[in-house]
Design a protein around this ligand. Structure first.
Ligand SMILES: NC(=O)c1ccc[n+]([C@@H]2O[C@H](COP(=O)([O-])OP(=O)(O)OC[C@H]3O[C@@H](n4cnc5c(N)ncnc54)[C@H](OP(=O)(O)O)[C@@H]3O)[C@@H](O)[C@H]2O)c1
Length: 317
């Protein structure tokens, strides 16, 4: 199946930008629907073969219109926090059902789905449960004849992420870090490795019907990640690991703030280790990149002090 035109739903976000650029570099025409074209334009390097289209993909007719003429659809839509009750179900499950229906009705034969490591309809958090329910919808569509592939990354890092970058911002202003769930384990994967997997899968028919975990080479606890960010930015701070009870309380209180650093649902997600025994899939022709040197580059360069610290780290001083 030759793929020349791809609709990347959720393509205006952190991961989507990297996938769109990779596809464009391979000569694929990329259509990215967004609810906020001006904001997306500022973030997405708009290449001649990437078309940003103003559309609300929650509206089936608008999604069908932007996907018209595409050979494949990639669905990256995901949220970490609800604004209104039911947002997780709407963004993860309902939208997936809608995307699959558009593929069926419009004869789009290839569908790539962004899930998350630990997604499980019986998981501890709404995030993981609704991601798991969405995977079940994709499996049903695969059984009904659509060529699908599912990706389950651990936390994704890279320039523009909202995970390590958030810690860097926090460490810059806070003399001490009271850290909830300090022993939660992650296997962070580089955004370029994720984008490479998506772009490669479109060209590899053996990925049809498969589900891949995407993880980096190393397991880190949350505490270790915060300490790493402190080192590379030159803002190393004492990290005060909170007990489980205090972690839950912190997450509940922070969840009430307008800017969501963490919510109770995030705390529940961290109840299960975000790690995998499945290495980065060999068929994509590369191995997953280590976090530290890349984090040093994009976080270390953020401040003059961080740049100085990065030089010192490199020199082993
Ligand atoms: N980042 C990570 O560490 C990580 C780890 C594992 C899995 N994932 C999954 O990877 C995917 C992409 O993550 P990301 O970090 O790139 O997210 P992001 O930067 O927040 O981007 C999310 C995208 O989804 C769209 N979107 C969000 N809510 C929507 C809604 N209710 N209706 C329609 N569109 C909506 C946004 O489009 P608009 O332009 O219209 O706002 C945006 O393009 C998500 O499914 C996420 O769960 C991410």
């Amino acid at each position: 199946m030759s793929i020349n035109r791809v609709c990347v739903v959720g393509g205006s976000g952190f991961v989507g930008r990297h996938i769109a650029e990779r596809l464009a570099a391979r000569g694929v025409r990329v259509i990215v629907p967004t609810r906020n074209r001006e904001r997306a334009k500022a973030d997405l390097i708009v290449l001649p073969s990437v078309e940003l289209v103003h559309a609300d993909v929650n509206d089936a007719a608008q999604l069908a219109a932007v996907a018209a003429g595409c050979d494949a659809m990639i669905n990256l839509v995901g949220i970490l926090h609800e604004r209104r009750a039911g947002d997780f179900t709407r963004a993860h499950v309902t939208l997936t059902e809608q995307a699959l229906a558009v593929c069926r009705e419009r004869g789009i034969g290839r569908y790539l789905h962004m899930s998350a490591l630990g997604a499980d309809a019986a998981g501890p958090s709404q995030y993981l449960r609704t991601k798991g329910e969405a995977e079940a919808r994709v499996a049903a569509a695969q059984a009904a004849g659509l060529a699908t592939t599912v990706f389950r990354p651990s936390v994704i890092f890279g320039d523009g992420d909202s995970f390590l970058t958030l810690f860097a911002q926090l460490l810059a202003v806070s003399p001490i870090v009271p850290l909830g769930s300090p022993d939660a384990r992650f296997q962070p994967v580089w955004v370029e490795d994720v984008a490479h997997a998506f772009a490669s899968a479109l060209a590899l028919p053996q990925t049809i019907g498969q589900r891949y975990d995407l993880v980096g080479p190393q397991v880190w606890t949350l505490r270790e990640l915060v300490e790493l960010v402190g080192r590379v930015t030159g803002h190393a701070r004492p990290v005060l690991g909170l007990s489980d009870g205090l972690s839950a309380l912190q997450a509940k209180l922070f969840g009430l703030l307008p800017v969501k650093l963490i919510t109770y649902d995030n705390y529940l997600s961290m109840k299960v280790d975000n790690v995998s025994a499945m290495p980065y899939p060999e068929l994509f022709g590369r191995s997953a990149s280590a976090l530290e040197p890349i984090a040093r580059q994009y976080l270390g360069n953020a401040t003059p002090r961080g740049r100085y610290q990065a030089y010192r780290d490199r020199a082993g001083r």
